[in-house]
Design a protein around this ligand. Structure first.
Ligand SMILES: [Zn+2]
Ligand SMILES: [Zn+2]
Length: 137
């Protein structure tokens, strides 16, 4: 699988071969970014990258672990999912492993979010609002 990332609209383009990917990129430029240079906005990402978490402040669109409280910045979708999975495996080994929904719920509660049943993720909008509120304090 070959992957390109469009920095302009934060979209991943995927194709089985580099040739097909080149075509997809050209189509994407023609449709969405007429006149934009090819190499200016695209980076080849040969495989999904797993990002290491770091201490810091949770940003809107980012992710935070309810166990070690480390964060990811906002990431491209596939990289985000893979990184979260790897991180949760690490912080919640074996039977303790929680879902990302449950993790978001726990983080949400620590930010003063309203009570939600276990295993159920807060609404994305409510979550972003809680992040913004926490960052403004
Ligand atoms: Zn684009
Ligand atoms: Zn963690």
């Amino acid at each position: 699988m070959n992957v390109l990332f469009c920095h302009l609209c934060k979209v991943m383009l995927r194709a089985a071969t580099l040739n097909k990917l080149g075509l997809k990129r050209n189509n994407h430029i023609n449709r969405t970014h007429k006149g934009v240079s090819h190499d200016q906005f695209y980076t080849v990402r040969p495989r999904v990258s797993i990002v290491q978490s770091a201490p810091g402040r949770l940003m809107v669109g980012g992710w935070k672990c309810s166990m070690c409280l480390q964060v990811f910045p906002p990431l491209p979708h596939s990289s985000r999912l893979a990184s979260i999975d790897a991180h949760l495996d690490n912080c919640f080994p074996g039977k303790q492993r929680i879902s990302n929904a449950e993790n978001c719920r726990r983080v949400f509660m620590t930010m003063g979010g309203c009570k939600i049943p276990r295993g159920q993720a807060p609404a994305p909008k409510a979550f972003s609002t809680a992040v913004q509120t926490a960052n403004n304090q």
